[in-house]
Ligand binder design. Structure first.
Ligand SMILES: NC(=O)c1ccc[n+]([C@@H]2O[C@H](COP(=O)([O-])OP(=O)(O)OC[C@H]3O[C@@H](n4cnc5c(N)ncnc54)[C@H](OP(=O)(O)O)[C@@H]3O)[C@@H](O)[C@H]2O)c1
Length: 291
């Protein structure tokens, strides 16, 4: 059993913390806002846990594993914990969206100790420490020593901790889905809008752009990926909104750079045009500034 610190007990952090604690690991929460108790409403019932909570990095100590579960833009906040939590053998897993997990923590964590993780667990924070998990999904790490050690942590949980020999492709597949959420955010419509041909065409264009950049980055993405992305959007519960959309509506900061800005930035590096992303980013930024 491992000694695990979860930095950022939000939707994902609270879920993995509660499940790892139930599996017998020693879990401590590193929180900005104190949480007394974790209450996870999952597909198979309610799971509760009350791990100890640190709210000040000054009281933290080195652990076996740090699981960084803040939003991608909260790097400075997460970094404040790392000095105290990292000892000679500590590994750091980054459970965030996007494809730049390693770049975000370069200089903060030694590359061989860092495990980038793609999260496929639809979960919503409904109150402090309270999360609704819509589906137990997968956490995918690269297939190396550290990635395999990460996956094993979840052996006795209902989550699918797994590794991939082609993590880059897994990451860009997920980004192709996430980067299109900007279209529904802009028109302020839930997933059901993807059933309209005009909206589906916009999603398709965005997914094509993202896939072209992903291929230039070395991802092995099939020619029909954009069709798959549109089918994914159409298959979601029609009333559900993507998290970028929810964050905009709630006036919270947006993971716009990690989900969409990255497509433009990496596109520039490879000479791959990304006009649709550029256009929509500018418009959503304007909306965010008005709120
Ligand atoms: N939720 C999903 O369904 C889902 C699915 C796939 C991927 N992801 C990705 O997973 C990552 C986490 O998302 P999430 O939905 O769990 O976000 P979230 O619910 O907003 O949780 C983020 C947590 O980080 C905490 N935090 C921020 N700064 C901190 C600091 N300095 N020290 C300690 N904690 C700090 C926040 O604290 P406060 O309580 O003070 O705000 C919050 O508890 C994101 O990259 C997201 O895109 C999420």
């Amino acid at each position: 059993m491992s000694d695990i610190a979860v930095v950022g007990p939000g939707a994902i952090g609270a879920t993995v913390a509660a499940l790892l604690a139930h599996a017998g690991h020693t879990v401590t929460l590193c929180a900005r806002t104190p949480v007394a108790r974790l209450v996870i409403d999952a597909p198979d019932g309610r799971i509760e846990a009350a791990p100890p909570v640190w709210t000040d990095p000054a009281v933290a100590r080195p652990v076996d594993w740090v699981l960084v579960c803040t939003k991608a833009y909260d790097i400075a906040g997460a970094a404040a914990w790392l000095t105290a939590l990292i000892g000679p053998a500590t590994r750091v897993a980054v459970l965030q969206n996007g494809v730049e997990h390693r770049a975000r923590f370069a200089g903060l964590v030694a590359p061989e100790r860092l495990v980038p993780v793609i999260v496929d667990i639809p979960a919503e924070r409904v109150g402090p420490g309270q999360v609704t998990v819509h589906r137990y999904g997968a956490l995918t790490a690269p297939d190396d020593d550290a990635g395999r050690a990460f996956a094993v942590l979840f052996a006795d949980t209902p989550l699918d901790g797994r590794t991939s020999a082609d993590w880059t492709t897994v990451a860009w597949r997920k980004l192709a889905i996430n980067s299109c959420g900007i279209a529904l955010t802009l028109i302020d419509r839930p997933f059901g809008a993807a059933r309209q041909p005009g909206v589906a065409a916009a999603l398709h264009t965005l997914a094509e752009e993202c896939a072209a950049v992903g291929r230039a980055e070395g991802a092995d993405l099939p020619p029909g990926l954009a069709d798959e992305v549109v089918a994914y959007y159409r298959a979601q519960a029609p009333g559900l909104r993507n998290s970028l959309h929810n964050d905009l509506r709630a006036g919270r900061p947006l993971e716009l750079d990690a989900r969409d800005g990255v497509v433009v930035r990496m596109g520039e590096r490879h000479g791959v045009p990304t006009p649709a992303h550029r256009l929509l980013i500018g418009l959503v930024e304007a909306l965010a500034t008005e709120r």
